[in-house]
Design a protein around this ligand. Sequence first.
Ligand code: HAM
Length: 431
Amino acid sequence: MKRQARESDGSGDMIKGIKGVKDLLPEETPQWRLIEETARRWALVYGFHEIRVPIFEVTALFARSIGASTDIVEKEMYTFQDRDGTSLTLRPEGTAGTVRAYIEHNRAADPLPQKYFYSGPMFRHERPQAGRLRQFHQFGVESFGTADPRADVEVIALLWRILSDLKLPALTLEINNLGDAADRDVYRPRLVAYLKQQEDKLCGNCRRRIDANPLRVLDCKVPECRAATDDAPRLADGLSDKARAHFGSVLAGLDALKIPYSLNHRLVRGLDYYGLTTFEVTSTSLGAQNAVGAGGRYDGLVETLGGPVTPAVGFAVGLERMAMMLPETVSVNESVTVYVAGFGDRGSAAGFSVLEELRVAGICAVTDFRPGSLKSHLRQADRLRSRFALIVGDDEAVKGLAILRNMDTKVQHEVSLTALSSQVSSLLRIS
Ligand code: HAM
């Protein structure tokens, strides 16, 4: 539920967050932890290791890898000049930086495949709407060093495992074969010739794409563009035997693992580095921005960025979109909290020491430092949903005692301040 901020009291204008850049409030973070921990756990099970790459890189890295004529590079990057004039960009995705790190640290010299996963914020200047942000978060994996179609199946299986474990609803895996670079070189002029005949039926964006990035026209969502490209020549009809065989093995692998998919010959995706397998998982339980995650094979990218010939495949999922699909209340094992109700001069002094003692013993302890009566402290303990209150007034402090109260059952136990944490620990276990 959204709460309204209070009006500024006139002492200064309220500075608001940036459009399309969200705060994650404490009520939401348990959901996020569940998503991140589930993804990380499965990635480790599948033999991926965590990599952390920087949030900004030189602009040329993204332009060269994602492609100069893609929407991301043309319109969506947060690019700025460093003090020495170098052009830098906040990462719009995780693959380019991971490939750069792979090359720079000569990981090709280590046993292959090298399999990495990452998680973190990405930045794209898109028009914000439900499920589309300017700062969003991805969990992604990249597998370097094998051209075997089973590596494609492995990353798709991992993606499917994560989404299924989280029980995300109404998922569809769509998959397409983009062929190899030579296949696309033969296909592109045939498609351009067809698109030129249909030019007046296409949206402005697609008209611009005819020469710069014609394959992207196929995946435009505008109904008129879809109708105009229904009879377009298909890449699938002119694929090399090798590309065909690779894709056939990927589909056979998915069948063997019982992962359901549907073929979508229009699936091109907005990043230019893909070839052969490309895939996307969508959900009808999301709105217009229905892609939960996507990926594909990018065998040429390591070489394009100055590394050795290295086949690679990966995917990324959007954490905001996954969070939108989870129930609002995710049950998490929050640790039991003890509210320390110290009141009166001696009682609050003793309560302050007790608070630290409980925390050092690993017991989650909270309090309210504002002076108050026992009644107001107990009300506060209820508000904070503490399961226990540890009451130390002046009388208890003088006697070297405290009272542990179960806030639900109201049952109380006396505990001695000298062996406090061990007594409280055992009472928490049995209460
Ligand atoms: P992508 O399809 O651009 O692929 O993004 C992957 C996922 O990130 C999307 O399916 C979506 O869930 C999420 N996403 C993208 N843009 C936004 C946004 N503006 N707001 C919220 N969520 C968003 C890639 O980024 C590739 N690097 C994936 C990959 C890894 N391919 C190979 N390896």
